[in-house]
Design a binder for this molecule. Structure first.
Ligand SMILES: [Zn+2]
Length: 338
């Protein structure tokens, strides 16, 4: 089903556009694909609320200074709502807190995960992650690259406020004169917050629902048997009752209408990939070999690790469905269809 894109892609970086009364679309650069992120600035009484903050780098902060000068009339950004812990969303929460006194609003699992990754850079944790990637059958060159590079999380999140306001699924968040309902989605991140205004018929979807690509749904190294793809597919149902003409504001790509079709296509996409993998596992496969069945392009070391996490989320769901078994030995895991 074709989606409707009512707004064109802006030219350049750090762009600003009002797309609804007092609701501004900010597009910021990213140092990795998809090379941009959409952030939202909402008029909120005598101040402003920002939804997601961009990567914590000086060039993004320079864009923010210019944009805020242009649009806020000198009124402070009192609140930063962050959908999830990933650095392109949480990266400047500390900067907003310092420069505007913004309070950080997040769900608890997202805040904790961000704080954990920023704090825990110990060698023991690196060793545990290496163990995970070895079980995925990544080669030693990749492991070497990972050890040298690390997660890079701290390099993209300049600081995370030590206090936050907790958002719960179903909460009503008042922004300006509007009520925005928190809808928690899982699978891409542990407790990802989306915001829905029934009155405006707008959904700020973060990374949970994207127009062209599907969000990465990967098994995190600290929980090798996790089944995030089931969580993600279950979460799709939470958006199926929204009005069909809801304007969706995603974190990547363009604002769109056509939510029901997009949810259905996302489901089909994952079911097709599950079937591809199930068939490929007629011969026992390691995660690394299963990646080859899922991705038909060459992947650099970092993307190979992401692809491994994504492939494993599909394998773990097949295991949970009883269609594939995981064989554990001394070395890498092997997955075989039954
Ligand atoms: Zn994300």
């Amino acid at each position: 089903m074709e989606l409707d894109y009512p707004f064109e892609q802006p030219d350049g970086e750090g762009t600003l556009r009002e797309i609804d009364d007092g609701l501004f679309w900010v597009r910021m650069p990213l140092p990795f694909p998809p090379r941009h992120i959409n952030l939202w600035l909402l008029r909120d009484g005598d101040g402003w609320t920002v939804v997601d903050t961009g990567i914590g780098r000086p060039e993004v902060q320079a864009h923010w200074r210019r944009i805020l000068d242009e649009v806020t009339g000198g009124r402070p950004v009192r609140r930063a709502i962050v959908t999830h812990f990933h650095p392109d969303h949480l990266g400047n929460a500390g900067w907003f807190a310092r420069h505007h006194g913004s309070r950080l609003w997040m769900t608890q699992e997202e805040w904790l995960m961000g704080r954990l990754l920023a704090a825990d850079t110990s060698e023991a944790t690196t060793a545990s992650n290496v163990d995970f990637f070895r079980h995925c059958d990544l080669d030693e060159d990749n492991i070497f690259e990972f050890k040298a590079r690390g997660w890079q999380y701290k390099n993209m999140v300049e600081s995370i406020p030590r206090q936050f306001v907790r958002m719960y699924d179903g909460d009503a968040v008042h922004i300006g004169g509007d009520v925005w309902r928190v809808i928690v989605g899982r699978g891409h991140a542990p407790e990802h917050a989306c915001l829905h205004s029934a009155a405006r018929r707008i959904l700020i979807s973060g990374d949970q629902i994207l127009p062209r690509i599907t969000p990465i749904v990967g098994v995190p190294p600290m929980e090798p048997e996790a089944n995030p793809l089931q969580d993600f597919l279950d979460s799709l149902a939470k958006f199926e009752h929204l009005e069909a003409d809801t304007l969706v504001l995603p974190a990547h790509g363009l604002p769109f209408r056509g939510l029901p079709g997009r949810l259905a296509a996302t489901r089909v996409h994952h079911e097709e990939r599950l079937e591809t993998l199930r068939a490929a596992c007629a011969q026992p496969l390691t995660v690394r070999r299963a990646v080859d069945a899922m991705f038909d392009r060459a992947l650099d070391p970092q993307n190979l690790r992401l692809a491994s996490a994504e492939t494993l989320s599909h394998l773990n769901l097949l295991v949970a469905r009883g269609q594939v078994v995981r064989e554990d030995g001394d070395g890498p895991w092997h997955f075989r269809s039954r």
